[in-house]
Design a protein around this ligand. Structure first.
Ligand SMILES: [Zn+2]
Ligand SMILES: [Zn+2]
Length: 856
């Protein structure tokens, strides 16, 4: 399924669900998303129309809006690669139902044959390889541009030519499939040009074998192929996988090889071989078979090797991984050590506010950890990936704590957490961490054993039990269900037996049997035990809630516990057993089917705190206008207008590098796109060597590159006064910040009017002329209107007409699915956005002479 605007709708097939109850819901949502996309198109077009009219006034470096609208993958690929006509062809193939992979080869072949214009050999190979990556990545990542550095033809020892593809770090973002297809396409087109396959020397092979593990050490690889696998790949792959140096680390063994340009580690190369070819070998083989490409038969061997090492890996998976603790920053706490007891307990699933690279924890854990974990805080995690943002999820378990008075309790809500926060002596368990299956899939991490949770229990118990609600049941009921229906013990009463030893269980059993006493009536009785340090410690380890009163331990829920220890309700030993593990032992002693409650722990530390803040340069300018050092440290334009370069120089004249432009009408020199006379000013260039002016970026005399700017005197005072007049503002500003110099190619400055209005509205400009705001990005799929402070009426205007069930949206409490292009802003971000909208409106009216657009 394509995630492009025009292909997005058929997510639900209108016909296939006939007569189904869910029909109504699907059709309502389907219609709504269609309307929503139409609305987006309309609004985008409206905004573009206004922007175009503003640009046509000639007050900016460009007369039109630079960013083109791409409506689908094909258009994005065309614009990304600057190959005319390729979009139409991709769409044509798509219509015919040609697979994505096959499309890559057809397009590559047609590029080589000159269908999209004449290119020389290297250029054609380059474009063919890049378009394959672009097509497979939907044209949405920069990988085709930044991930492939270049292609080159070199010579084998026998004098024949072979093809090299140089990969760079950003190829990581393309993913394994696009990586391998770039190699395959490289192989395909090199044959069209009659280029031979790559025949590596023994030293080159050994260089790869040295370098790839080194990359794993200094950077990261999800999968490290064995030496044999690397040898197999390198000696058989018909295209030479090369790369730009990406790390500072250098190989020590196979240095200064004649055909390898660097001794430094080539990250892109390592990624393509390890995470591309080695990891995707089965998929690659399938593609090669389907497309009928020869010369890749060796993949069979790799695939069979792979499955072997996979099983080896599976035996090791539960080993603690310490990597997330490396390069730790002072002041950022470690919440749990690798796989250690007491740390976060893995829980599979996804809440409406969590998802890929976003983990859920109970908000009580946030409070108990003293606010070090907030919404959006980035956690570095032990597995399955590297990091995840944190969001609060109330439906999973919170932390278990020991209070100063010795009480041990589970804290599941924020109000409970706030109530006990100051009394906490120790956090015995961080609570659950919610990680979705997709994160394991995405990171290619084998699944860890799941905790035994209600969802699992009910699956096993459902068919054996009479109908009823079993989510929260009492101890008597839990034991009764086990005995009568032979189902596993309810998770609420399944303690963490796997965290203690056989001796611990026996100790607990003896202690409770000899020092314990049941007090109160059977209906509301408690188990009271004489204090014992080791006994208490074991209770804390299995996360069993208890209190300490008058120096004695009081357990309210004691019946399942004593049953697990093989004691009867008079605390007499009634069974005996031997076992290797504590879990096995309590199973035997109790005769109950007790499962491993939380066998998988996830280590975590704080990565970055969350943030929502405008993105500023330092110091943050209001306008991209160069004033050299005349504005002092703060780059103040108002200081520059009073600046004199020497005793008798004119006030406000600064000497800066600015664009060389000349009016087509009156011939006057100007720094803007439009002359004061109203004529359009043309960019011209200057050869600093021959001192000639030319219309070309290359000197007609010497062939060197020319410059589009020159150093000259600019009267800031005059320009500033005129700008104030133009926008009808009085000079009441304390400071308006410019820049020392411009970094753009031709150094066309911004008009000072923009700076005046930005200063007025309190917004800053980024170096590319945009106004930016950075926020931590976390996924959310559903929301309640009242949670985000938007009224039902407003939501309806934004295209939300139904709730997630397809019922009409009427109340602020209904759960609504967030639309794919919509985001929920932080309050601070919204406030900044209002300032920006007011600035734009002011600019449209006072500077461009147009109507306001936003009217916030
Ligand atoms: Zn003019
Ligand atoms: Zn020249």
């Amino acid at each position: 399924m394509l995630l492009t605007l025009d292909k997005f709708f058929p997510l639900f097939d209108e016909k296939s669900e006939e007569g189904n109850h869910s029909d109504r819901r699907f059709i309502a949502l389907l219609n709504e998303i269609k309307r929503y996309h139409e609305l987006l198109f309309e609004e985008v077009n409206k905004a573009y129309e206004v922007a175009r009219r503003a640009r046509q006034k000639g007050l900016d470096p460009s007369f039109d809006v630079e960013i083109p609208i791409a409506r689908n993958m094909a258009e994005r690929v065309e614009r990304l690669l600057h190959i005319d006509g390729i979009a139409e062809r991709i769409l044509e193939l798509e219509e015919k139902g040609v697979s994505r992979e096959k499309t890559c080869f057809i397009i590559a072949g047609e590029i080589v044959k000159g269908k999209f214009g004449e290119f020389d050999r290297l250029e054609a190979i380059d474009k063919a390889v890049r378009s394959a990556v672009a097509i497979l990545t939907e044209g949405v990542v920069a990988a085709p541009i930044e991930g492939i550095a270049k292609v080159k033809v070199d010579r084998n020892d026998d004098g024949s030519e072979f093809l090299k593809i140089y990969y760079a770090g950003p190829i990581r973002s393309a993913g394994g499939t696009a990586q391998v297809i770039s190699v395959l396409v490289g192989d395909y087109v090199r044959r069209m040009f009659g280029i031979n396959r790559y025949i590596p020397t023994e030293h080159e092979i050994l260089r790869y074998i040295e370098e790839i593990p080194l990359y794993k050490k200094v950077a990261n690889l999800q999968y490290l192929p064995s030496d044999d696998e690397i040898r197999l790949i390198v000696s058989n792959c018909p295209v030479c996988i090369d790369g730009e140096p990406t790390e500072d680390a250098e190989v020590s063994g196979y240095r200064n090889l004649p055909r390898v340009e660097t001794n430094r580690v080539r990250g892109g190369m390592a990624l393509v071989i390890a995470e591309g070819i080695a990891l995707k070998a089965p998929k690659l083989k399938k593609m090669v078979d389907e497309l009928g490409i020869d010369g890749w038969e060796w993949l069979d061997e790799l695939v069979s090797k792979e499955s072997k090492s996979d099983s080896e890996e599976k035996e090791n998976i539960v080993k603690p991984i310490e990597k997330y603790l490396s390069d730790i920053v002072a002041g950022r706490p470690v919440f749990s050590h690798p796989s250690r007891k007491g740390g976060f307990r893995l829980r599979y699933g996804r809440a409406r506010n969590s998802g890929l690279a976003t983990v859920g924890i109970n908000p009580a854990t946030m409070v108990i950890s003293d606010g070090f974990i907030a919404v959006g805080t980035q956690l570095k995690v032990e597995r399955p990936g590297k990091a995840g943002s944190v969001v609060p999820v109330t439906s999973i378990e919170g932390p278990t704590v020991r209070l100063k008075n010795g009480d041990v309790l589970r804290v599941n809500t924020v109000s409970e957490a706030l109530a006990v926060k100051d009394e906490v002596e120790a956090i015995l368990d961080m609570g659950e961490i919610l990680i979705n299956f997709g994160d394991f899939l995405e990171n290619n991490h084998p699944l860890l054993p799941s905790p035994f949770v209600y969802e699992w229990w009910i699956q096993e118990a459902r068919n054996k039990l009479p109908r009823g609600d079993y989510k929260k049941i009492d101890e008597d009921a839990a034991l009764k269900l086990c005995d009568e229906y032979g189902i596993p013990l309810h998770p609420d009463y399944t303690y963490l037996w796997h965290d203690v030893s056989v001796n611990d269980v026996l100790y607990l059993r003896n202690w409770i049997s000899s020092k314990g006493k049941i007090e109160g009536k059977y209906g509301k009785s408690t188990l009271v035990i004489e204090m014992d340090a080791r006994g208490k410690e074991i209770l804390e380890k299995i996360l069993l809630e208890h209190k300490v009163r008058d120096g004695r331990i009081v357990i309210e829920k004691w019946k399942v516990l004593v049953r697990c220890l093989g004691l009867n309700n008079e605390l007499k030993k009634c069974t005996d057993a031997e076992a290797e593990t504590a879990l096995e032992l309590v199973r035997k002693l109790s005769g109950l089917d007790i499962r491993a409650r939380s066998p998988s722990r996830i280590g975590a530390r704080m990565g970055r705190p969350e943030k929502a803040k405008e993105r500023l340069m330092s110091p943050p300018p209001h306008v991209l206008f160069p004033i050299s050092h005349a504005g002092g440290k703060t780059r103040d334009i108002k200081a520059a207008i009073n600046y004199t370069s020497s005793y008798n120089a004119a006030k406000g004249v600064v000497n800066v590098e600015v664009a060389t432009r000349r009016c087509k009408e009156c011939g006057k020199e100007t720094i803007w796109s439009k002359c004061d006379c109203g004529g359009i000013a043309e960019q011209y260039y200057y050869c600093p060597k021959c001192r000639v002016k030319t219309g070309s970026t290359v000197c007609p005399n010497c062939g060197e590159e020319t410059l589009g700017y020159t150093r000259k005197d600019v009267n800031v005072r005059e320009l500033f006064e005129r700008a104030l007049q133009n926008v009808g503002e009085r000079d009441t500003f304390s400071i308006i910040k410019g820049v020392i110099g411009l970094t753009s190619k031709n150094k066309v400055p911004e008009r000072l009017e923009k700076g005046i209005l930005r200063a007025k509205h309190g917004v800053a400009v980024f170096k590319d002329g945009t106004i930016r705001y950075d926020m931590t990005d976390v996924p959310i799929t559903h929301f309640r209107p009242k949670e985000i402070g938007v009224s039902v009426e407003k939501l309806k205007k934004l295209g939300y007409s139904v709730d997630w069930k397809g019922n009409e949206l009427k109340s602020e409490d209904q759960i609504v699915e967030l639309k794919p292009q919509d985001i929920i802003l932080a309050k601070k971000a919204a406030e900044y956005l209002v300032k920006v909208a007011n600035f734009i409106d002011d600019l449209l009216v006072k500077f461009y002479g147009l109507e306001p657009f936003y009217n916030v």
